[in-house]
Design a binder for this molecule. Structure first.
Ligand SMILES: [Zn+2]
Length: 281
């Protein structure tokens, strides 16, 4: 599933590809992708005549700004956008097509069909699901060390489970949680409220550095992720634990272990990430 760096990359690519394009029609081929309004024809009717001003991101959601309206799009497992000329044949698994007045089309493809689209009046999107109750943007100034400490102190659950919860911090999924915890030297099953100040600080720093570096690299191409121009990301080459079961840890040489935490496959180094609290003497 695309996480913050991948969605950020899609956002940047879409801004290059479709900013300023004028929608003359929309074809919905798979109505269940459309969550709001609850009718695919109404969805198409609402978007007709609108211009794409800009694409923004909130957590793992894209916000496609359309003078007065906003289209909130979640790619879920394998959703992806691509720009095509209208003469090009429609590929398999294309579920929504935005037709522009310049003869191009933005097509949404989704093999797994889990993606969602919602339309709201601009600004209203934050008052309703799915954007209601989302946590801190980890790359914003609002995600301070103090805020992170305050958040963890009340959570007795495993740190990995806390970091995956989008109501606390957005954008982190299985890949970047495992990577950030390894960088900070913290075992994924440690209780969130048991981390020392030093560990909390290391984790706060590693969340920001891991995500920033991954954004810089255009995300990680794991499974089918590519950006809106069909280009792969590069961060998968920098992963230290995710997908590296039994390979030696870059830091200590110990074999990376894969286990299950909170129902999710979890990679960590048993040597660098001890279950006991790390205390510097
Ligand atoms: Zn190690």
């Amino acid at each position: 599933m695309p996480e913050l760096p991948e969605v950020e990359t899609v956002k940047r690519t879409l801004n290059q590809l479709v900013q300023g394009k004028h929608i003359i029609d929309v074809t919905v081929r798979l109505p269940r992708i459309i969550q709001r309004p609850d009718d695919a024809e109404a969805f198409a009717f609402m978007l007709k005549g609108h211009t794409i001003q800009k694409v923004e991101r909130r957590g793992k959601f894209l916000r496609i700004m359309l003078d007065g309206l906003v289209l909130v799009s979640h790619l879920r497992m394998e959703g992806r956008y691509g720009l095509y000329r209208k003469e090009e044949p429609i590929e398999l698994h294309t579920h929504v097509v935005f037709h522009f007045d310049d003869g191009t089309e933005l097509r949404y493809k989704d093999v797994r069909q889990f993606g969602t689209m919602h339309i709201f009046a601009a600004g209203e999107e934050f008052n309703h699901p799915p954007l209601l109750k989302l946590g801190y943007e980890p790359l914003d100034d609002t995600f301070t060390l103090g805020a992170f400490k305050d958040m963890l102190v009340t959570k007795k659950t495993k740190i990995k489970v806390v970091l995956l919860n989008q109501a606390y911090v957005v954008g982190l999924g299985n890949i970047y949680v495992d990577e950030a915890l390894h960088r900070a030297g913290i075992h994924p099953e440690r209780a969130a409220n048991q981390l020392s100040d030093q560990e909390t600080e290391a984790l706060h720093r590693s969340i920001i550095s891991t995500l920033s570096e991954a954004v810089e690299a255009g995300g990680s191409s794991i499974k089918s992720y590519v950006n809106g121009q069909g280009e792969a990301g590069r961060f998968q080459h920098s992963l230290r634990v995710y997908g590296r079961k039994n390979e030696p840890c870059d830091q200590c040489g110990q074999a990376i272990v894969k286990t299950v935490v909170g129902g999710r496959g979890t990679h960590f180094c048993p040597d660098c990430q001890s279950l006991k609290q790390h205390i510097d003497v």
